[in-house]
Design a protein around this ligand. Sequence first.
Ligand code: ATP
Ligand code: MG
Length: 390
Amino acid sequence: MNRDQDDLDEDFIKLSSKTLDLPETKISSMLNQRVLQKVSGSYPDYYRFEKGISGFEAGTAVFKHGDNILVVKGFPKIQRAIVLEPAIKVHFEGSSSIAIEEKMNGYNVRIVCFDGKVIALTRGGLICPYTTEKVTDEIGHDFFQAHPNLVLCGEMVGPDNPYVPKNIYPDVKSVSMFIFDIREKTTGKPLTIEKKYELCTRFNIKTVRYYGEYPIQSAAEIITKIIKELGEEDREGVVIKDPGMNHPAIKYTCSQSTNNDLKYAFQFYNDYGRDFFFSRVIREGFQSVEWDDNEEALHDRCCRLGESIIKPMVETIKKRKQGERIAEDVRIRVNNLETAWQFEDHLKRLGVDAQFEEPVFENGQYLILIRKINKSTNDRTSALLDGQLW
Ligand code: ATP
Ligand code: MG
């Protein structure tokens, strides 16, 4: 609690108490405990929920604009089906059909319009200057002029992606936004699937791939088929939704995507949480049983998993042994160098240790390589090579 009480915005506490429907004392204590944090430095100053509390998801952003308080609800967690068939039956009990969408692999963005400016919020509720530049170009203002109270929720994918760099979407050469939900700003309530696609079509906004609506009874079988096809293309998986959006969505992913995650993460084995690895191994076990793997399929699955774990680690250990620094190389492409420097500050705020290389001017834009140093993996690997005990 190194926060100076004077620092707290009394005005904000008073005004937001009404809008958030929380007592002023509660808001003060959330600020003191840093559950609700003021974000300064970028335009505009605002507050964000660092954790989920009192009905507000983590990542909820609260802006003060004159005497008005504007709330942008956080994006809800999507639970995962481990065994598809029973999970769909239990979760969507009472519904006759479900809608299937592709789950794209990038990072979650909420786009809103505030004070005439388009703003991109990442999952944790921080305004990302890089993403903001991209969505301002790609999506623009038209949608928000007609619908100022709606939020576009989408996945930012592609290789020029500083958070989840993936080169698996052949049509995306740089980075691009694919919308998957449209929600009300203040309540977070989603529009129905039909309304969402209708609005996106009307405003010429790209969406994730939509497979359509299917009866509950045949859903698992259809999804299994889709998952196998998506896996072949190294794509991530599906999100299963209630067409009226009256139930929370659930997700299900391909074995190939699980393995690709592991391959990537085991290069930086000490920087990722253990649960990241554990949950992925568990998925493979259950999928093998649900899909009734024969001897050969099971053997392949085991080899694939082992390789995804050990090979990237061996690479890392060898590199470190030769004195190399283990780093995640990502890149951004900006119109304006100012955006890159703002993004550098943004990464500092996130506590990421990153080195920005000299910008390269290419086709009217600046390409900048960023090396994110994975300190924990570097230190742990060196120490173990030097004889430290586990
Ligand atoms: P969480 O489990 O909290 O939702 P996570 O980072 O573990 O977060 P993922 O496993 O990637 O999440 O799955 C959820 C995320 O999938 C969403 O937050 C969203 O960014 C992304 N996503 C991609 N495609 C879709 C889609 N069609 N519908 C909904 N979300 C999608
Ligand atoms: Mg994801």
